[in-house]
Design a protein around this ligand. Sequence first.
Ligand SMILES: [Zn+2]
Ligand SMILES: [Zn+2]
Length: 505
Amino acid sequence: MKKLLSVILSAILVFTLVPFGVFAAGKCTCGKDPIIMVNGLGNTIYQGDRVVFPPQKDTIVNAVKQAIPMTPAIIGGKLSDTQLEKFLEVAETFFAPIAFDVNGDPINGVGARFSYPTDENHKEGDFIYFDYDWRVDPFVTAAQLKDFIDYVKELTGHDSVYLAGESMGTIMMNTYLATYGFEGINGVVWYNGAYNCVATCSDSYANKNKFEAEALGRFLAQTGVNTGNQFLNDLFAALTESGLLETVFNSVTDIADDLEKSGRFSRFLNETIGTMPGFWAMVSSENFDDAVEFVFPTPELKEKYAGLIERITRYHDEVGSQVDNIMAEAQQITGKVGVVAGYGSVLAPVTADNLQQSDGVIGTAAESNGATCAPYGSCFAENYTQAVDCGHNHISADREIDASTCFFPENTWFVKYGKHNLGSYGKTICNRIFFSDGFNVFSDPTLPQFLLRDEATGAVSPLTVENGADIQAKTTFTSKILSFFFRITERFISLFKALRGMIIK
Ligand SMILES: [Zn+2]
Ligand SMILES: [Zn+2]
């Protein structure tokens, strides 16, 4: 018996140690098709050997140097025409180097760098990552993804693959599926996806941003809690409590208004980030027409950018507005689908709905394709009942999310305090969906519909009434002292603004 066991063991060992290269010319017999993960936005953009995005230290230092002399005017809430132009010029130093031409094509010599994998070994559960230039037309990227999938099949000796997309990667994945269909695709997972919209981008392009000091206060308080830094908690609480935040914020809002009303914000968009079809794909279907109107407000601009507008409209028509159809097909054809979304964080305080639940970058309702979410910091009323009665419970223990309205109510997972970037639990969920039959939110009690992420370890556990309570910022006496000084500062600034207002009038 012992001998038999050792023979079996060594046979398994030998089998695992044989490099797959031996079989590369033929089929791989491991039985686990590879998972291709379409990455989110993040690739560095180069001009030759120089990094142009994200902006490097010299660009940032230069911008700060140019902005400093404008500080009193900014705090005063009013910039002259020359200053507004200067302000825009500074903003443009960050984005002009990565802008596209009028047809939405990259300008020669500026782009991302990426390479294909060369290791034909692939282990169960490992992702093979697909990179791309996040600025370009999703249809161009989808064609590159097709080549990549063919390459991975050849490399690994498999006839089919699984697809997972993260954040912006879900846009590229959906464009691929809408264009090339599901042949050779065994399953699809949307992870913290941008495929419905990214409100910060969508609301900016459509001129629906909302600036509120209260929202900024919430955003800062959350940042304090997330960093676990007591001083930041005290500082942010004092800034809000003293009224200083609101006073300064109102000045900045006045300047934003002037930028918008003078047409300068539109110009900034159509000369820089508005030229990139990749960003346009993050505009919601509802906002699309308004966004085209705001970014290209005149017939001359519409004519000038006709090539670009045609491209972004194609994405909107064939992919952005077809999310439900793409998902329905994925489920019918592959039978293995899943969605993962985060909640418990507020968005950057510039969106029209600044109380929406999110993972900090993308709204939860958009990411989950349809969850009903209580506004950030609150939960459903006691008499709230599940929107769609399907016979099981889809309301989270903290009563903040109702998953019954999701496109896949049984295949959508929610992670409270889940970060936007892919956690190891994301990989686990992908694997369970792809490599077991009919895996859903009821299959494994350790992976139910609602999970809680622990900030210290990054691990998730089932969300319960006890562990699911919202984390609140706590302040100390330091906050009271800071608040006292901020209140005095606030009085000075208000006086300065009033005097300035009298002089300028
Ligand atoms: Zn294999
Ligand atoms: Zn159900």
